[in-house]
Design a protein around this ligand. Structure first.
Ligand SMILES: [Zn+2]
Length: 208
């Protein structure tokens, strides 16, 4: 199996897109999933991307990007809402593990974004419990998307991805410094559940 081991932001991004294309076409290689890879990695890891995405069960990172062990440092929360633990985990992946790319991965028909939209539309309060905390963190993205003329959940999703990308770079001085130095890029991808494809909706430090 080829080990692409991308080391620059652009190479890491290209490797993810290539893996996603294999997943979409059905020609998956299942790289880095064998016993040799497992043994090789045991003493250390050097993932080429931090993937921060929604927890949705249909968004399994290594499957939809056709990657294997040691490739992706994965952080997922419902609606990819980012609290302190998420920011710390992303910083760990970038600074300590040396990943040259951070991906924010959202998707169409997202339940967390739908719940936030319903809360906004109903003029009501967020759900009880910690679920409400997730919804409240998505509401600003729904309001921003509506202010830009958006009306549907998938438009809210893309705005939420953009704001999540900006939020990571804006809140983490460490990440912002890595991006400014050209050592890391942050890209926001919107995933289509039915087709398995991704669409780029935002980026810092990555050429078009
Ligand atoms: Zn979701």
């Amino acid at each position: 199996m080829p080990d692409l081991s991308p080391s620059s932001p652009a190479e890491a991004y290209a490797a993810l897109l290539e893996g996603n294309a294999r997943f979409v076409s059905g020609d998956r290689l299942h790289p880095n999933q064998d016993a040799d890879r497992r043994s090789e990695l045991a003493p250390r890891q050097h993932p080429f991307a931090v993937l921060f995405g929604c927890s949705d069960s249909r968004l399994a990172a290594e499957i939809i990007f056709d990657r294997g062990l040691g490739d992706l440092f994965v952080v997922r929360t419902a609606g990819h809402v980012a609290g302190a633990e998420v920011l710390g985990s992303v910083e760990y992946g970038v600074q300590v593990l040396g990943a040259p790319l951070v991906v924010v991965l959202g998707h169409d028909s997202c339940g967390a974004v739908t719940a936030a939209a319903e809360t906004v539309h109903g003029g009501g309060t967020a759900p009880a419990g910690y679920l409400g905390d997730v919804v409240e963190r998505v509401i600003p993205s729904v309001l921003a998307a509506r202010a830009l003329g958006g009306t549907g959940v998938d438009e809210f999703v893309d705005e939420h991805i953009r704001r999540s990308v900006d939020g990571l770079v804006g809140r983490s001085a460490l990440l912002a410094a890595e991006v400014a130095a050209g050592r890391c890029a942050v890209v926001g991808l919107s995933y289509r559940l039915a087709g398995g494809t991704v669409k780029r909706v935002a980026a810092h430090g990555l050429p078009e």
